[in-house]
Design a protein around this ligand. Structure first.
Ligand code: ACO
Length: 336
């Protein structure tokens, strides 16, 4: 019997209209455009007006249209998020109501910036075991809700957005995963619930420690997932990495000796959108017609927990006819 894998049938994404530029931030904290661009690659980020579930539902609708299936066909909706609008109901339940995925069961999953990879692996396990056949996986975060706008060490980094993918059972697709967690290092990136009513939950981050963790862990997880899939690094067409900092991506490319043009970036115009960053990037490249049937892709991320993960993905869906999402920067210039 041939093995069943989870294949991506379609993708979608949403970025809010409202921009916050580095110049806007420099009016609030002691920073400047040159420092932010040089240290992070970020020029602007987006701010959601309507919350996480609204962004997630927009991305979901696009993914369903791209997959050419209806919401009623979905068996399961998983939303990866650390910034739900409510403790409950979850974002996935709100999306179900918004799109009419009436047959699906729905839940949220929290693994910070690794959330989309953890959700993909969960969906793949449901598909491989035959529990579900069509699954909507969403990564959505409104990081602006937990950003301390007085803290220049963190407020420059994050932005809001959502990305989604529709998965189905197929003969190839998500071929391998590598996932891991180091709870002992969790203190370097936290967002505590306040104990007093007036205390807001804000991001606290030891930027250097997180940076060092990322540049060490991301190459390791990529090497492991390549070995698990029995792929050579040069066979891979694109490495879609979590967009946390352009310098982290450059370091990973150097360590693995991968050309930087194989590592798409969109951080300049959306910042770090946490669980949404990988699916937004994947959707932009899919819609721009840059991914072809049979391409081997690696997705990899890291984040609070501390967590990390990578997936080896064979792209078998038909080529999307270059509908090209152009957001702020021309596609040719999007990759640095
Ligand atoms: N503007 C101007 N100066 C600044 C700013 C700012 N926004 N922030 C810090 N500085 C100053 C510091 O005070 C320091 O000054 P000093 O040398 O006088 O002490 C100097 O710039 C260097 O500070 P560092 O913290 O060493 O700067 P670094 O090069 O490490 O960059 C950054 C900081 C961008 C935060 C980097 O450490 C980073 O990107 N870390 C990874 C963060 C990350 O990826 N987090 C997301 C994880 S995913 C998730 O799950 C949410």
């Amino acid at each position: 019997m041939t093995k069943t894998y989870a294949r991506i049938l379609g993708t979608g994404s949403f970025l809010p209209e409202r921009h916050l530029t580095n110049a806007d931030l420099a009016k609030r904290v002691n920073t400047n455009n040159e420092w932010i661009v040089e240290r992070t690659g970020i020029r602007e980020r987006r701010l959601s007006e309507n919350g996480t579930a609204a962004m997630a539902a927009e991305a979901a609708q696009q993914a369903l249209a791209d997959a050419e299936i209806s919401a009623e066909e979905l068996d399961l909706v998983i939303a990866a998020t650390s910034t739900p609008d409510y403790a409950f109901p979850g974002v996935a339940c709100q999306v179900q109501a918004a799109i009419g995925a009436n047959r699906a069961f729905c839940f949220d999953l929290a693994a910070a910036c690794s959330g989309f990879l953890y959700a993909l692996s969960t969906a793949a396990a449901y598909i491989e075991s035959g529990i579900a056949r069509k699954i909507l996986v969403i990564g959505a975060d409104a990081m602006s809700k937990i950003t301390n706008w007085e803290d220049r060490g963190t407020c420059i980094l994050f932005g809001d957005g959502a990305g989604a993918a529709v998965l189905t059972a197929a003969s190839t697709g998500l071929m391998a995963f590598d996932l891991g967690t180091s709870g002992l290092d969790g203190g370097s990136l936290t967002c505590p619930f306040g104990t007093e009513p007036e205390e807001l939950p804000y991001i606290h981050m030891d930027g250097r420690r997180v940076f060092q963790f990322a540049v060490r862990t991301v190459p390791e997880t990529i090497r492991r997932v390549l070995a698990e899939a029995s792929w050579e690094k040069d066979e891979v067409r694109y490495y879609f990495l979590h967009q946390a900092n352009a310098r982290i991506l450059a370091s990973v490319a150097r360590t693995l000796q991968i050309p930087e043009k194989k590592m798409p970036m969109n951080i300049a115009y959306c910042g770090n959108t946490s669980a949404a960053s990988i699916p937004i990037l994947l959707d932009e490249w899919n819609r721009a017609g840059r991914i072809s049937p049979g391409d081997k892709l690696v997705l990899a991320g890291f984040g609070a927990g501390l967590t990390w993960g990578a997936a080896a993905l064979e792209w078998k869906r038909k080529k999307t006819a270059g509908k090209g999402i152009v957001r702020g920067i021309e596609p040719e210039k999007q990759n640095r």
